[in-house]
Design a protein around this ligand. Sequence first.
Ligand code: ATP
Length: 361
Amino acid sequence: MAAYRIGVLKGDGIGPEVVPAAVDLADLSARAAGLSVEWVELPVGLEAYGQLGDTLPPQTVEALRGCHGWVLGPVEHHRYDPRLPSMRNPSGTLRRLFDLYANERPARNLPGVPSRYEGVDLVVVRENTEGFYADRNVLEGDAELLVTPDVVVSLRVVTRRACQRIAEYAFQLARRRARPGRVTAVHKANVLRRGDGLFLECCRSVASRYPDVAFDHVHVDAAAYFLVREPQRYDVLVTTNLFGDILSDQAAGLVGSLGVAPSLNAGDGYAMAQAVHGSAPDIAGRGVANPTAEILSVAMLFEWLGRRFDDPAATEAARRLEEAVGAALSAGVRTPDLGGSATTAEFARAVRAHLAPGSML
Ligand code: ATP
């Protein structure tokens, strides 16, 4: 039985509500699947700043190097002072430090979750390390320049290496998905001719090595339109950082709520589970946040461990966790974001009942 070390970074806002719930259920699922996990709680976010003077303390980063992966809760980074190096955004910094280049954000209909569409089952694969995200583009400081008080220049970086590896990730993912896979590259190469032109060129060249996976491409504005008209037409959408951030929130809205949208940030050596949603300050502390996105994100981390270490127990733990969430939702247990009245704890109890029938509820 392999033992995995998984970091637990609760984060801000609803993080301390949804992350412990997700970890507790994931642990139960792991045990049932014969997977041994050591959960290592590490300080991050506003609490870490209050205690240690840093939103991402060096000891947290050091400890993560000794982990196989970790769970990062939402961070309320609009409350951080970007001028202070001790108030870095942990999310972007960890993505860059650990080269977590692929942000995989699935959007599919879940049983019992009311939504405007049926039959949606797509994944947005977002490049995570460059693009228009100013915090990732230079060695020190960030890539937004205040030229005069009224003029800002934001630098976007696009490299062949990053485009090729994100395209590769998308084609591998499409191949793994059950149906005949299709990758759609989303870009704006008609305007951003060089940057998105390079991205599209890389997607095309990777596509030529995957003859079993269909490939097409679409301008980002048209993609937004088609996603609303007919989201069922898409399988894997691969795109640059900013477009992927926007389209994946849109995709979450197509299938119900941000509260059910999971994601994984993956590199070649590490992976970080992180729900798509933010810290939800409007509902934080009330015990009503939906933990589904966080639970399903940990399931994605288990799946990743299963692939990386060729470990069927990790894959099985992921499957059990997903199944239990589906069962709880099908039984009609819903938090307020889904039109129900269950609390975070009540929803977690319902999932627990499916993971360990007969256990103390
Ligand atoms: P941040 O700046 O940290 O991203 P935000 O308020 O801009 O915060 P979100 O935190 O993603 O963005 O919240 C958007 C909306 O979705 C809010 O109304 C929030 O309450 C709701 N929401 C987000 N996550 C959840 C969740 N897990 N359960 C229920 N509602 C949620």
